[in-house]
Design a protein around this ligand. Structure first.
Ligand code: GLC
Length: 724
């Protein structure tokens, strides 16, 4: 190379080095993604003024916090889920923002996800929601909801994951990992013991320490310690006399003290009530208070208190650190990926989850799948066949890109092979005429599909109200009875997110399929299950009682509370723990679900493990598909302590595996149990204890259909003393 050009190259290289070095000098450490997160937090924290620090601790619109342009801190966006990314709301009201770019993929409800009993599916589900949140520029998804189903009446049961803490833990951790893999923070809600909508903003929950630790906290603890969740939402209710969003025991002692939570605690919208309580009892981000933003408890009032020296700087800085950690974790300063929105892949996953969630509750003489070759006509009856559900339920409502109703799904799947008629069967007016039209349609068809169940109306499955009873609304029992009278070849598909009383006609109906709130692809999923393209594999994440009075909170008259307080009198005996221990026969038990094939269980071995990876025992057995169709089975492992030192439920879910098997195929399954699987919480020791003694291990296809059992001796162990 000639001398002159080489010289020019040398000079330009030196100039470039000088410039970038200078730029590197000017670019602050917190903007450098290669730096450790805590170093970035500290580097940014020290640059913030007190006013800027306080600005990060409260909303400046319904779902955002203020930008701080001086430091390149952008506006932070939050959005509801959990079934998809909610349409934009506000900015300063609860009205939709009226955008046209916020139609989202609507997944099935979280209780449907729980019914899959498949943590991998939960992760896939979370990836879809997180990817769409990323695309929409959201930093925090206000999901998953994970409150335990204590009463079948709770209006938000459809948004949660059932009655068992272990199942809820596995599914919530999967969901959180999926969302957060997309650089979007998930938010475990509503912390804690928010198990009814009635008087939710004021009700005070009194629950004993064992029930708190063994039933209501485990899913949140798993969310923090296994899921690494970046945000937790305080609940509306009070807990032992203090609002959950300002609760020293729950937020400071348990969540941050014992569990080591490093993320932020956000209030439920309007869940903050007092500056001092919020400041000192663990609230880090106040949202939705019904006041001007400057008057939020953690806004000016808190700033004034700091200036007067009423709060140590450490209180303020800890809150700011937690908010900054979540910002760095969600790439706020680092350029975020584009995400994806309403892709064919997301839509396919929405359908796959809806299919996997379907629970076959009854199938006498193989009434389903429907055999198209033997049918010429099909009557589809029930307003739920055409009702749009995805936008309902209040804060979890999604403005779906489209919604395939059950009728549409059936028409798409079989409309060119069958003469499909539709009759609403019930309605606000002309109910007798609608009923007669439905009966006529049923009489004239080869077979009938009734699409019944619940919806997101007030006092049904919706936020803000609880149900009044477990009956099917709109006189559906009479509709089913009248249709069955004229056409015994009738199957019922139930939509809904909580238990329903099916007593009046269950004995007569050939088949019942529970499809939940199946999301935007629900109609396609229902059709594919009904016509046998898909073999249902869902299992109930909660008990269906025969009647409401059989449920523990109602049997003990411990709902909805009195004089502003609800006492969880049933203690540990929530859901199947009550039905099994008190020997009350449910309509359908926890963990129940049929298949179009059959499974055989054999060769149980209970192996005392060394302490490899903490496991103390392995439950090994075989499952075989002895039917004629491929299918998936959820094998469930429950423990029972033969002579417990403290009262315990008769059995407790401590493991499960979902296996897909071809006809004739069998699979060896091994479920490892660590010492905690045998433990109970001992309030006198303020820690978890595994007592030395004999335990019975049940392996079942539901909590009541026990297929194998054996006994195992356990050594004593104690651990996890709480930090208080
Ligand atoms: C609602 C719900 C909560 C939701 C929040 C924001 O009242 O309780 O789950 O995330 O407010 O919409």
């Amino acid at each position: 190379m000639e001398t002159a050009p080489r010289l020019a190259l040398l000079i330009s290289t030196c100039l470039w080095a000088a410039l970038t070095a200078g730029a590197a000098e000017q670019r602050p450490l917190y903007m450098d993604a290669s730096q450790p997160r805590e170093a970035r937090v500290e580097n940014l924290l020290k640059r913030l003024t007190i006013e800027e620090k306080v600005a990060l601790l409260h909303g400046d619109s319904k779902f955002t916090t203020a930008a701080i342009p001086r430091l390149s801190i952008p506006r932070r966006w939050m959005s509801d889920g959990p079934h998809g990314v909610r349409e934009d709301i506000g900015p300063d009201t609860w009205n939709p923002a009226g955008r046209t770019d916020d139609f989202a993929t609507c997944m099935p409800g979280l209780v449907a996800l729980a019914a899959t009993w498949n943590p991998e599916t939960a992760t896939t589900y979370g990836e879809v929601v997180g990817s769409e949140a990323l695309h929409r520029g959201k930093h925090i998804m206000l999901a998953p909801g994970m409150n335990i189903q204590r009463t079948p009446l709770c209006g938000r049961n459809f948004e949660y994951m059932g009655e068992d803490p272990y199942l809820t833990s596995r599914m919530a951790v999967g969901y959180i990992r999926g969302v957060q893999s997309q650089k979007v923070a998930a938010c475990a809600k509503h912390f804690a013991a928010n198990n009814q909508e009635l008087d939710r903003g004021s009700i005070n929950v009194e629950v004993d320490e064992r029930a708190l630790r063994e039933i209501y906290l485990p899913a949140f603890k798993a969310a923090v310690q296994e899921g690494g969740v970046w945000a937790v939402m305080g609940a509306y209710n009070k807990f032992r006399g203090q609002h959950c969003c300002e609760n020293d025991y729950l937020l400071n002692k348990v969540l941050k003290g014992e569990w080591g939570f490093q993320g932020l605690v956000v209030s439920d919208w309007g869940g903050a009530h007092d500056t001092r309580e919020a400041a000192l009892n663990g609230l880090d981000l106040e949202m939705g208070t019904e006041k001007p933003y400057a008057q939020y408890y953690l806004s000016q009032p808190f700033l004034e208190g700091i200036r007067k020296g009423e709060y140590p700087a450490s209180v303020l800085d800890d809150k700011v650190r937690r908010n900054l950690r979540v910002m760095f974790a969600t790439g706020v300063f680092d350029g975020r990926p584009a995400g994806a929105f309403n892709t064919a892949e997301h839509q396919a996953k929405a359908r796959a989850v809806a299919e996997e969630a379907c629970v076959l509750l009854k199938n006498a003489s193989d009434a389903v799948p429907l055999d198209l070759s033997k049918l010429k006509s099909l009557a589809v009856i029930g307003r739920n066949a055409t009702t749009l559900q995805t936008h309902g339920g209040d804060s979890s409502g999604i403005k779906a890109f489209y919604e395939i109703t059950p009728l549409e799904g059936l028409l798409r799947r079989a409309g060119n092979q069958l003469n499909i008629t539709y009759a609403a069967g019930y309605g606000e007016r002309d109910s007798e005429k609608l009923l007669e039209q439905a009966v006529t349609a049923a009489r004239q068809a080869d077979a009938v599909v009734i699409i019944g169940g619940l919806d997101h109306g007030r006092f049904h499955d919706t936020e803000g109200t609880d149900r009044k009873d477990l009956q099917l609304p709109y006189a559906q029992d009479e509709l089913v009875r009248r249709v069955l009278e004229v056409n015994p070849r009738t199957v019922v598909v139930l939509l809904g997110g909580s238990p329903m009383e099916l007593g009046p006609w269950l004995a007569q109906i050939p088949a019942v399929l529970l499809a939940w709130y199946p999301g935007m692809e629900g109609g396609n999923a229902i059709a594919r299950v009904l016509f046998g393209d898909v073999n249902p594999s869902g299992k109930l994440p909660f008990t269906f009682p025969r009647r409401l009075a059989d449920s523990p909170a109602h049997a003990l008259n411990a709902y909805p509370g009195k004089d502003g307080t609800v006492r969880y009198e049933e203690g540990l005996l929530v859901g199947y723990r009550w039905f099994d221990t008190k020997k009350v026969e449910p309509l359908f038990p926890f963990g129940y679900g049929l298949s179009y094939t059959k499974f055989e269980y054999s060769n149980l071995k209970l192996v005392k493990a060394g302490t490899t990876n903490g496991a103390v025992a392995r439950v090994e057995f075989e499952v075989k598909n002895i039917g004629t169709r491929p299918g998936a089975e959820v094998a469930q492992v429950y423990i029972h302590q033969n002579q417990p030192g403290l009262p315990r439920p008769f059995k407790e879910l401590k493991g499960f595996r979902k296996v897909s098997l071809k006809p004739g195929q069998s699979r060896q399954i091994s479920v490892s149990l660590d010492a905690s699987a045998f433990a109970f919480y001992d309030p006198t020791k303020r820690g978890w204890v595994t007592e030395k003694g004999i335990y019975t291990i049940f392996v079942g296809s539901s909590s009541q259909e026990i297929r194998l059992q054996g006994e195992l001796e356990q050594a004593a162990a104690s651990f996890e003393r709480d930090g208080t």
